[in-house]
Design a protein around this ligand. Sequence first.
Ligand SMILES: [Zn+2]
Length: 437
Amino acid sequence: MATVLRYFGPLVLIFAVACACVAEMRSTPPTTLEIPVAARSSANFDVKTATDAWLGSVPPDKKARSDAYFEGGYWLQLWNFLLSAAIMILLLTTRWSASIREWTQRVTARKNLQTLLYFIPFLLITAVLQFPLAVYEGYFREHHYGLSNQTFSSWLRDQFVGLGVTAVLGGIGIVVLFAIVRRLGKNWWVWGAVASVVFLTITALIAPVYIAPLFNTYTKLNNARIKDPILSMARANGIPATDVYEVDESRQSKRVSANVSGFLGTERISLNDNLLNQCTLGEIETTMGHEMGHYVLHHVYKDILFFGVFFLVGFAFLDCGLNRMLVRWGERWGMRGITDVAVLPLAVLLLSFFLFVTTPVQNTWIRTQEYEADIFGLDAARQPDGEAAIDLKLGDYRKLDPSSLEEFIFFDHPSGRTRITAAMRWKKENLGLETAK
Ligand SMILES: [Zn+2]
């Protein structure tokens, strides 16, 4: 999946409304929740004291490991950007890009086919050169931090499937974009942005049905003890769901997660098997309340609007950058203008720079929606302690108590402290009303 994520980062940003968390593996599902003394209902309940009590219940070595994992991720964002930039610069300065274009012209005279033929070696060279970092990040590092139990062969299989998905979707995307550039000339960037949003929207529509099953198996959840309260909560909030799906994500990871995906009829509420095995009903309910929040608050549609504007700015930057750099280096790198597919590495370089520097903007948009979904989940499930408990489990791979600047720049979900504070504030205002499960 990592390869897909790399090329379709924005797609994931738009539609990954997953609320993931991690927990220690347990053989039997727990049935009761242990609430720290200072966070239990009392006449002098204090939000900050209760939040600190929850956060203080995490052993220091576990917190240090989670901080190290998450902070390492800050650097990985930089290394990924720099590696991708280095590969693109290599393709340009060695004129490999121009040579591949010349090869496609010898094979066929049809422009669309030339674009598609160019994309295949481009994708393969990029995937091979990115592989060392991908294997460290996706396989060794996950195992080092105890977050994955996937075998190397199974991980590798997922990478090849991801590469196949990228080849198909990326191939279609690139052919369409270059056709737009050839037909529309100067205004290509406006229609390029529109086409990208339409393309990502269609991909999101088909993803739950055609892409996700390539990586995991989805089965209908039959356990009435869990399914009934979830469907009841869905009905109470006007969600037309009749089934809840269980996904076998323990195949790849020890993380607990749930998500709502798709829209316009492909909506699907899915819980992963780790969540079902490791969390109390209260934790599961609050998680599902959060996911339903994304649905009820129309986050997918708001994302399409937001990323529509975001892409427009990105493509304007791309158009401006491409034209300037072509004037300066076009001849040296063997590129014949903006309609030449050989400019692809330069376009990827500029677009990854844009995505890299705007990371805090994207994160803040998504994090704000995640916070909205949290508030919705608290109101819908009425499980503030379940919420705090699941937030701590999420803390196995997301730093629990960062500075506000750190949260602003790097967090695409609220931190543990922010989420638990919201849960304890809800609890204080509803003292005695919530039911601990
Ligand atoms: Zn979420």
